[in-house]
Design a protein around this ligand. Sequence first.
Ligand SMILES: Cc1cc2nc3c(=O)[nH]c(=O)nc-3n(C[C@H](O)[C@H](O)[C@H](O)COP(=O)(O)OP(=O)(O)OC[C@H]3O[C@@H](n4cnc5c(N)ncnc54)[C@H](O)[C@@H]3O)c2cc1C
Ligand code: FES
Ligand code: FES
Length: 1327
Amino acid sequence: MSEERDKLCFFVNGKKVTESHADPETVLLSYLRERLRLPGTKSGCGGGGCGACTVMVSRYQPATRTVVHHSANACLLPVCQLHGAAVTTVEGIGSTRTRIHPVQERIAKAHGSQCGFCTPGMVMSMYTLLRNKPQPRLEDVTQALAGNLCRCTGYRPIVDGCRTFCQEAACCPDDACGSCCMNGEDGPEEPEEPELFDEEEFLPLDPTQELIFPPELILEAKASPKTLTFRGERVTWVSPASLEELVQLRSSNPEAPLVMGNTHIGPEMKFKGVLHPLIISPARVAELFEVAQTSQGVWIGAGCSLFEVGSVLEKLLPSYPEEKTELFRALIQQLRSLGNQQIRNVATLGGNIMSAYPNSDLNPVLAAGRSRLSVISDGGRREVPLDRDFFVSFGKTALQPEEIVLSVLIPFSRKWEFVQAFRQAPRKDGSFATVTTGMRVLFSEGSRVVQDLSVYFGGMGPTTVSAAETCAAIITRPWDEETLGRAYDVLLDELVLPPSAPGGKVEFRRSLTLSFLFKFYLEVLQKLREMGVVTGEVQEAIQPLPRELQRNLQEFQHVSRNQSDWDPVGRPIMHCSAISQATGEAVYCDDIPKTDGELFLVPVTSSRAHAKITGVDVSEALKLPGVFDVVTARDIPGKKVREAYGYTEELFAESEVSCIGQILCAVVADSRAHAKRGAAAVKIGYEDLPDPVFTIEDAIARSSFFEPRRDIQRGRLTEAFQTADRLFEGEIRMGGQEHFYMETQSMLVVPVGEQAELNVYVSTQSPTTAQEVISETLDIPSNRVVCHVKRIGGAFGGKLTKTAILVSITSVAAWKTNRAVRCILERGDDMLITGGRHPVLAKYKVGFMRDGRIVAADVQYFMNGGNTVDESTLVAEKVLLNLDAAYNIPNLRGSCSICRTNLPSNTAFRGFGIPQCLLVVENMVNDVAMALGRPADQIREINMYRGPSVTHYKLEFDPENLHRCWEECMLKSDYRARRAAVDQFNKRNRWKKRGVAIIPVKHGIGFSEPFLNQAGALVHVYKDGSVLVLHGGTEMGQGLHTKMQQVASRELHIPSSKIYISETSTNTVPNTVPTAASFGTDANGIAVKNACQVLYQRLEPFRRKDPKGSWESWVKAAVFDQVSLSATGFYRGPEYYMDWDKKEGHPYPYFLYGVCCCEVEVEVLTGDSRTVRTDIVVDVGRSLNPSVDVGQIEGAFLQGVGLYTMEELKFSPSGLLYTRGPSQYKIPAVCDLPLRLNVYLLADSYNPHAIYSSKGIGEPTLFLGSSVFFAIKEAVVAARSESGLVGPFQLDTPSTPERTCLACASPFIQKIPTSKPGSFKPWALNI
Ligand SMILES: Cc1cc2nc3c(=O)[nH]c(=O)nc-3n(C[C@H](O)[C@H](O)[C@H](O)COP(=O)(O)OP(=O)(O)OC[C@H]3O[C@@H](n4cnc5c(N)ncnc54)[C@H](O)[C@@H]3O)c2cc1C
Ligand code: FES
Ligand code: FES
């Protein structure tokens, strides 16, 4: 091959880009951000799983003479693949400097942008949809957004903003909500009610304003193609122009992959470090994209994207009788939930087949449907059946390495032939299936006798597998229960998974094979009945879970009539940087331009859970191109450890490691890619230490705890247990949670160059902590370190202590090299290193009376703290402080122990232990209800605090608003009627069950350590009248800056437009406390108010002198009169405290109350569920900003739904976190939004303890997500009763489909043999 290389040409936002040195390893995302300086497109995962990097790609299709637009993940698109394409990024569609695009405007103004990190991706997914379909249906919107994750908003406001483009029918189907939301008192739109946004003010969508497709690219597309070659540092890319050339190239390089969508090869190269020196890109070979109809079916080119495959099949449906298109429809159905829109737009049919994923969604259906492949090589063409012999082993097929799949036959079905596909996945959309299947049956004409049957499964082994023996047991027999009954046993014997099979979930997976066969049986039976072959009553086929979103309602109070128009307090003001976030102009840490000589840092982490370090060899790393240095503990000039709560934590492990993921050293290089390669080349020697501790049980057995171990008690337990009518002992296990902030840990440390000064740009909730640890680490005074936080792309407690360690390490590198050093963790490293919410095992004993009163409870909590103490002891204290939940249990005892284990250390997470604490208590109350056979809401009501009350730590409070929330939620949700309707539903449905639950929350706000109750502010008024507000809180999406602007506006009597908040920094407001504990607004609000009042007073003489003057004239006059227009403000909070020796205190200024009612529908056979309705009532006092508060409520609620029902961390038996990205760890997506979500802010509530009578709201409603868990548990109760099971049972969280399905104990579950614990090594640990 010659050494020639071609120029890569494509367009970005209408401008031509010509790259003479295109590197095949460069993906569009880094090219846009680093080369073209277009940082609007964000990186959230790098693997196609989060959508933050979504762009639109447009190409001219000469055959149809049309321009085709599709959304794509820039993180998986090799730049070399873009030759001849036009790319549009968020910067290309609108900006604040020119004109913002309606999509940007509507998402922002509908309050769909909080931290904003996901917003550009959301905007681009929606923008692309509108380019293809200017008036979409709501379903199109949810499909388009299905691949975009947001960790802040809960999606409702994003969908509501986007639905303004839809021409939708205004009414909801009454099936899911029980009554029409458009009429009667239930109706959402009382015209006089205030609304969160006003659709009337939105810009219209004007397609004529969009960028035109570059004519140059049209000409180029029409010209005859020529071979293109691009050469990079390690990889060469060849894109042949013809099929002959492709065949030749492949036959001489059979090991080189054919890169089409790059959705398989890309992640392999990125995450597994696979290097392909040669890549063949057949994307311009026309034969791979041809579609041909024949008498056998339709041949679809292997290069067609999965989206195109779906479209082709859909278009063909009307042309053929239904009986011929059974396979088409099964494939269409499967394609709807395969991956997400961005993936389906680029991933190809041939790529999916040839990647031979064990859980490919297409392969089982294609195989069952008797598909064939047309393949070509230099030996000629041949047809290969896609059957049981095709999938040889993991990732391998029967094709020869040099063979190329040209096209795939999707055969027509015949009369009396039926095809179906089913899949079950951890999340409904955007998730690989746990088990997936394709099934086809052919009957002898006019009979129910099976003539032919084929059944294939994915997810049941290393390849797509055929259940041939099961089929043989059914063929020639009638399609009836007896045949199927026998077939289940054959299937169980045929598809055996060993108990330690990779992927785990063994019983669940096995049960799914039976369940799918049963579902197929019912579907086919139904069809046979319709065709008159089967007569009489037959069991109905199982309908899919409901999915139509309905109108939502957010109810809040008007501001008083007397409030001035300019005064924004209490109004639903948009997040102050929402527009910049939607246009991609908002600057996050990694968007700061690179400085000269800047280095990139990648940490080297331990691969052993507990071992002595016997050697660190960096020699190979230092030889690699671009690697500049390796930083170790020896380079730290100051303290090598962080001290916290009586323990120390090393910045770099020096002699011993205590978890996988612990940082040992760090490589700095001239680019991310080089630093990453350098880190991979560092060799660490280990000598394993015996018996690592991983699980809570291990820790208990070995007494491995962090001290102190707290307890608390009120009343007399022993006596109370003796006098109780009944006793119950229970247990629940609660999984941990990954923060999954969309912006990973990010920091940039820039040495100023004199007197040891450093400028630090860091995404942290506590710039002061970062400043302190850097100064200690480098042994320099704090006055040399300035930490700047402009905004944070989500934090949730995870950007505090862990960031402090990372930023100290980065500053050591900057110190040593005297260069700017940037560290942006990859998602996988972030998840591996930084820990999350503490998993909990709780055991309780409860004593109660026959009338439902709980008289005594003793709860023991064990939390998995990981390898360092971090803030775990404070988390344990919060657990015990909230032990009483909403209930007056007269005799109550709790203890909480933090287990020291060899897992990454856990840390603060929204709610700080309270979500764990309350779940256990509510589960205990549920058990009491189940033991008494009474509805849980009654037991809750009976035991709730009432009248003047005292907590178990002797704090007096008035629970009146708790009751008001409870009653209002009962009323608004129509709880009683819906409960009755749920019972009816459950009687009618055997395989689907509903559950409804109503759950209260009482949550103490603020810090219980006195010194944390302080805040500072600095306000400058400039000569032109503009105002700069600086305060100690950080903006991480929670709208703190917006609220502070509102406060300043009210106090200075000027509109918010004159006020700006540029950043949080340690040189403007010193000694700040972390922005946490839902306390940011309470504390900083008073500091800002204080400073503004001082300034307002200083202007008083000028106002008096010139009453008709303006703000600007008074300011100018004051400046000329030598008056200082800069003031500091301070908040010194009361001395809240908790005395753990006396077990009493006043740790909180006030409580926030809320109640949530949720109804869910559960599919018994798969454990899938959907929340059909949620009503939340929250007492936020007098809301400072209803849109921000509703945003916090909804976002926290959905994060809670994730915690309690979806998000599952998995660790290997050696302590390695398996779940290191969105592909393995499922946070809620748009598909998890309740079909109807109503939020009501309690009216007429006042709070004397916080600014303007408001309440802090960031954390408490996370717990309300547990109402989905309890509703699922209710549905499970109904399912269990069908199997004759009644009374309390243990359902751990997250109640994933697996746990839910197993708990339902259907006859299929009961058929699955279970392996005795201890008799095998499970694939994953139950930590
Ligand atoms: C986030 C994410 C979610 C996903 N979810 C799902 C899911 O839910 N269900 C599911 O089934 N899949 C899922 N996938 C997998 C995805 O469908 C496959 O990666 C994709 O179909 C592969 O196609 P591609 O064009 O991107 O292949 P590439 O990565 O470009 O290539 C893959 C392999 O196929 C070979 N190949 C490609 N074309 C041909 C050809 N014509 N002839 C011979 N060999 C060929 C290549 O040599 C290469 O080895 C997901 C992937 C991602 C990244
Ligand atoms: S960064 Fe591309 S999908 Fe997550
Ligand atoms: S606003 Fe969506 S991730 Fe923060």
